[in-house]
Design a protein around this ligand. Structure first.
Ligand SMILES: Cc1cc2nc3c(=O)[nH]c(=O)nc-3n(C[C@H](O)[C@H](O)[C@H](O)COP(=O)(O)O)c2cc1C
Length: 419
């Protein structure tokens, strides 16, 4: 059985230059077993012919709202009910604006207004159209209402400019659709992604504590686990805020990233974002200590004074505890900590769970050939009255399993508190 056998996907196409890529998307979904129907806006038919999509899908393409013949076959409400998932690719700035404002002046926007099916959008447009505050506000509105946005990617655009606005590649979009149906948690709740309308705040990567203008103290964290969790949270429908230390990773599509350097900056940024979050996941390897004083100029080897005898002492001060401060200041947040330990893993992690007022803690052994700066990891998830071991596997798969567990516990705790 293929990944999309018995799944009915409605592809929406609006009038952007990337519409030609959507033929590939239709092919990829059909190859994986899906039944595909296509609905096009009038503008989209100027970019790719309905005939091409009809030939590829084996189904008639719908584009007219006020069409008696179409209504007699599969009308707008039937199409809205038919689909298990709607993927609109490309989604133009104009269509996004119409959806955000609840318009129903063409077939595609009417279907979106008349459906309970999860709607995914792959925006594609010129980089300035994308960064325009109107488009950004419309996207935020849609994501708060449960739409899932994928991309856009950065790179060279059809208009010759370089920036964010390219539609994700057809194969990537097909993989995203497959991943939606792959996860058991989605199958339980296919009408709505489980974290739709929720915000997940994640810290990731190392911090850098300045010694002087050119030197700093840091650690071996690569940020890979935190970034994989951010992608998994986004795939579960959440709006994701990622506060990241210096790493060389691309931000997952659709995730809002704030770069910081020091533990103090990460503390301030995280506290500022926590008020709007529902789940907080602290994966960052935050420095516990930082130099009490940062030298204004580069410290010289031969400078007079304290290192004239070839020794240099650095006085360190304790940094603020981000995880503890956030979980105590925002007790309604579902807070998840990470305990990277070199010894007494479970004992130390349980101590941290209680001390820091957390809902859950993820313990992982670090040290030689374990944890940091690797593509695989092995974790223990602990909560007040339970524990789950996840075996050594690649960080992306691990992140999906971890995020699924967090989501299940978050939903259970929200149900309890709302009673
Ligand atoms: C050559 C050309 C390319 C265009 N490409 C895009 C695009 O990539 N993204 C976008 O948002 N609008 C693009 N537009 C503008 C849309 O086609 C226009 O806003 C249209 O009204 C969208 O209609 P629809 O949203 O109903 O499909 C383009 C226009 C032209 C003439």
């Amino acid at each position: 059985m293929s990944a999309l056998t018995n799944k009915r996907i409605l592809i929406g196409i609006s009038g952007g230059i990337a519409a030609y890529k959507t033929a590939e998307l239709a092919r990829a979904l059909i190859k994986h077993g899906a039944e595909v129907r296509v609905c096009m806006t009038k503008a989209a038919t100027e970019f790719i012919t309905p005939l091409t999509l009809q030939a590829l899908t084996g189904n008639p393409v719908s584009s007219e709202l006020l069409d008696p013949a179409a209504e007699a076959a599969m009308g707008h409400i039937e199409l809205a009910r038919w689909a298990d998932l709607i993927m609109i690719a490309p989604a133009t700035a104009d269509l996004i604006a119409r959806l955000a404002n609840g318009h129903a002046d063409d077939l595609l926007s009417t279907i979106c207004l008349a459906t309970e099916t999860p709607i995914h959008l792959a925006p594609a447009m010129n980089r300035l159209m994308w960064s325009n505050a109107a488009t950004q506000d419309n996207c935020k509105t849609l994501s708060q209402r449960g739409y899932t946005l994928h991309g856009p990617a950065e790179g060279e655009q059809a208009c010759g400019e370089i920036g964010a606005g390219r539609m994700l590649e057809a194969q990537d979009l097909a993989d995203l659709v497959i991943s939606v149906f792959d996860k058991s948690i989605f199958n339980q709740s296919i009408a709505k992604l489980p974290l739709s309308g929720k915000t997940v705040l994640i810290t990731a990567g190392p911090t850098r504590e300045a010694i002087d203008p050119v030197r700093y103290i840091t650690n071996r964290s690569s940020g890979k686990m935190g970034y994989a969790i951010a992608a998994a949270a986004q795939a579960l429908g959440a709006t994701v805020q990622l506060v990241s230390g210096p790493v060389s990773l691309e931000a997952p599509d659709g995730v809002e990233r704030s770069f910081i350097e020091s533990a103090a900056q990460m503390h301030d940024k995280t506290m500022a974002l926590a008020n709007d979050a529902d789940i907080f996941i602290a994966t960052a390897a935050v420095a516990d200590y930082s130099p009490a004083q940062v030298a204004e100029q580069k410290i010289k080897k031969d400078s007079k004074g304290q290192n004239s005898n070839q020794e240099l002492s650095l006085k360190l001060q304790t940094n603020k505890d981000i995880l503890s401060d956030v979980s105590h200041a925002f007790p309604r947040l579902f807070s998840v900590g990470f305990a990277a330990e070199t010894e007494n893993l479970i004992e130390n992690a349980l101590g941290k769970l209680k001390r820091k007022n957390l809902n859950m803690i993820v313990a992982n052994q670090v040290g030689e050939n374990k944890g940091f700066d690797r593509d695989t990891n092995q974790i223990e998830i602990l909560w007040q009255d339970g524990q789950l071991s996840l075996p050594e596997q690649d960080k992306k798969t691990l992140a999906i399993e971890l995020m699924t567990t967090i989501t299940e516990h978050f939903i259970a705790s929200s149900t309890l508190t709302s009673k």
